[in-house]
Design a protein around this ligand. Structure first.
Ligand SMILES: N[C@@H](CCC(=O)N[C@@H](CS)C(=O)NCC(=O)O)C(=O)O
Length: 336
């Protein structure tokens, strides 16, 4: 009997370890480990003082605000394209927020779950103007600079094969290497997500000597990701993203949020901001979880404009990333 009791105690301990969720780990550590890009202007970049900025960085901050009440409680783990999935699988990071395309293979066989799109993108091409090319269909025989471990590599192969064109790829591990090789003339074209083209262009010594072709050859829904097998954490990752989008839809900003919270008669706004209902409790978070994220980081529109919008060097238009009520496809399920 004694032995049996001991055995069941051991089983209980093992079970509790096996089911201990990421939320508990993050709360215990008091810090969120967020996997980000090593350096992609507008999306994830550390300044000279080591402060991280960008659209993907702001998503990490929103999660930290929702979970820990403080957007600054993030440890940023810079990752290149090849390292990113192993870092998530091994537990080195709690969440991946690194311009990562949601694809079938990644979502299934890599053991990860994508938590809703933060940026709708597509793959494009940048060429030196002196090449005299106006469309991707004129690129037969080109030498192309690309980054390893990306969807870019695969789309490029698909595109050239389906258009019966030939190319020579030169592959690098980082975007800096790709950019340098491109600038030095080692390749005729640089291809990556359009967001990456805008970001890379800001780093070129003579940006006016290059143009981005109008062709977009793929869909690249860039989404944060978590590990398989932790539904609670997956729900948090999804609903924080949804809260940022819904806040924009409801015109709640980091500046007017206290006023809206005090005065709004919109039932969904009241639920979102924790005035009514149990939305945050459903996620095992404090009542103010979404309020904290929006107050400290801003709504989706604020995040977009601050990092990649018209007032930034990237000058990206909202396009597909406008709200569904505004000509785009940005959409959140209801807070109900
Ligand atoms: N969205 C694509 C591409 C992501 C990607 O890694 N893009 C490159 C080119 S813009 C990048 O971010 N490089 C930055 C770096 O690792 O130095 C994917 O998920 O595979």
């Amino acid at each position: 009997m004694n032995k049996l009791l001991k055995l069941s105690a051991v089983v209980a301990v093992i079970a509790s370890v096996a089911t201990a969720g990421t939320l508990d780990d993050v709360k215990k550590a008091g810090i969120l480990k967020c996997g980000v890009n090593t350096g992609l202007p507008g999306f994830s970049e550390a300044d000279s003082k080591g402060a991280w900025r960008g659209l993907d960085v702001d998503y990490c901050r929103a999660i930290a605000a929702a979970v820990l009440g403080d957007a600054s409680k993030v440890k940023y783990v810079p990752l290149n394209a090849k390292e990113r999935f192993t870092a998530l699988q091994s537990g080195e990071i709690d969440i991946l927020s690194r311009n990562t395309t949601n694809t079938e293979t990644r979502d299934t066989s890599l053991g990860i779950n994508f938590a809703g799109v933060m940026y709708y993108d597509g793959q494009g091409f940048m060429v030196p103007k002196k090449l005299g090319v106006k469309s991707a269909k004129e690129l037969d025989g080109a030498t192309v600079c690309i980054q390893a471990g990306t969807t870019t590599e695969l789309n490029l192969a698909d595109y050239f094969r389906s258009h019966k064109m030939k190319y020579k790829a030169i592959t690098f591990d980082t975007n800096d290497q790709v950019t340098k090789a491109f600038e030095s003339g080692r390749c005729d074209i640089l291809t990556t997500d359009a967001s990456g083209l805008y970001a890379t262009r800001t780093k070129l010594k003579n940006p006016d000597a290059y143009m981005i072709l109008p062709d977009i050859i793929s869909k690249e829904p860039l989404a944060p990701a978590v590990r398989h097998g932790d539904d609670q954490w997956f729900d948090i990752a999804k609903w924080v993203r949804n809260a940022l989008v819904t806040a924009e839809e409801k015109k709640i900003t980091s500046k007017n949020i206290d006023d809206v919270k005090a005065k709004s008669t919109d039932p969904e706004v009241k639920r979102l901001l924790g005035v009514e209902g149990d939305m945050c409790k459903n996620l095992s978070l404090e009542k103010n979880c979404f309020y904290n994220a929006i107050k400290q980081v801003g709504n989706y529109g604020e995040i977009f404009e601050r990092n990649v919008g018209q007032a930034t060097p990237l000058k990206i238009k909202r396009g597909l990333n406008a709200l569904w009520t505004n000509g785009g496809i940005l959409y959140s399920p209801p807070f109900r």
